[in-house]
Design a protein around this ligand. Structure first.
Ligand code: SF4
Ligand code: SF4
Length: 90
């Protein structure tokens, strides 16, 4: 599952730089997680980094984005491929 940020968020800015997938950004009122980019940190770390640093524990799993560990791993691999620099074909 991707994680989600609730309205308890105090916009402390701590989680955003910790995300290895650039999945966290400022939303209209508080920070949000892009479920297309959140792998629960699978592929990078053993534990979700945002959850580790959040001082108010407002980052639960998102029941609307249920994924298996294999699906999260596949998402991680897709994101890694997208991040590769593209070499022009000559
Ligand atoms: S669990 Fe990991 S990948 Fe998902 S938003 Fe938090 S830091 Fe980013
Ligand atoms: S660490 Fe928690 S409180 Fe701070 S910005 Fe992130 S979600 Fe909000």
């Amino acid at each position: 599952m991707a994680l989600t940020i609730t309205s308890e968020c105090i916009n402390c800015d701590v989680c955003e730089p910790e995300c290895p997938n650039q999945a966290i950004s400022m939303g209209e009122e508080f920070y949000v997680i892009d479920p297309a980019r959140c792998t629960e940190c699978v592929g990078h770390f053993g534990e979700p980094q945002c959850v580790q640093v959040c001082p108010v524990e407002c980052i639960p799993v998102d029941p609307d984005h249920t994924e298996t560990r294999e699906q999260l791993q596949a998402k991680y691999e897709r994101l890694q491929l997208q991040a590769l620099p593209r070499t022009p074909i000559s």
